[in-house]
Design a protein around this ligand. Sequence first.
Ligand code: SF4
Ligand code: SF4
Length: 361
Amino acid sequence: MQKTQLWRRLILTSMVVLAAWLGLRHQLVGGGPKGAAPLDSFCPFGAVETAATLAVSGTFIEKTNWSNLILFGGLVLSAFLAGSFFCGWLCPLGALQDFFAWASKKIFGRQLELGRNLDHIFSYGRYLMLVIIVVATYYANELVFESYDPYKAFFHFKFEDYIPVLVIGLFIAGSMAISRFWCRYLCPLGGLVGLFNKLGSLRPGRKAETCISCHRCDRVCPTAVKITEREKITDSSCVSCLKCVDACPVPETLTIKSKGLFLVLGLLAFFLPPLITQVTGIWQSTPVAAEIEQINDPAQIKGWMTLEDVARAFGLDKNQLARELGLSEAETGEHLKEVMAEKGKDMDYLRAYIAEKLKEK
Ligand code: SF4
Ligand code: SF4
């Protein structure tokens, strides 16, 4: 195996471990201002989901934070310099798809490939997903996609109902059947990042004069880009894995300007913004306690708040609320999301209940 691909596997595996650690830490430590940040605040796509709400009302959608914007900034920077570097080298879901593709080839010997026209039509699924998620998130004022997001299903380590299990099952089946099916047909972030492949000089290029048309590049491409029909690979479905470059048997025929520069720029661009903001104290991934003082609408009540917080913020009698909700004294100081779940109720029930109490006031 080429050194480049070894590096890629090593980095991707590290990203899977990092995502699993972040998800597990949140489950073990809990959320809120003093807890561990939710997995959602470590996803660049969270910035896209919260952008409209942030622009209109100046507030983040619950579970998103400055960290999402910073990671998205790093992603855009890396995309400007190295195209869809994130998809091929950093995304934990990309790593999982590569692993299931490998397992599928071991078990079944091959993967399926949709016809060219179907592949092209389905690739717009990414943009359809993008529009639906952005619009629905804005109007619902919550992360509507989180229950169906494979990133969350795999790394959140909480199975409250059958949906994450179903998502994981479908994701594994899809990845085993069709190489990088999620990236190619469904991933809203991948669709967005792929557009940057049209820019930048660090793209694989093919010299038609020396190409012997062996089609090795076409065969190894995980997203079925027709490399032998291109002189520069700018397709939005390319995940910048460089497998084609590594597979070409003719020197100086399918190349990228500098693999080292590509890797260093891609990594630095993505990781420097979170590192610098961590050091300077700008990074924010957990909610701040001051948010409690700012709430003036029951819709703003978050799962990490306590009944004590809510009673204080709205000037309501904590003991009366606790009695009516069937909570013990100790439970008034615990996170509402868990407390309400134990009572078989969700946060919307609580928000509606508080709204009623405010009307009675
Ligand atoms: S075109 Fe090359 S770099 Fe892009 S996804 Fe295919 S194999 Fe990877
Ligand atoms: S692997 Fe290289 S020589 Fe073979 S078809 Fe692709 S670009 Fe041409």
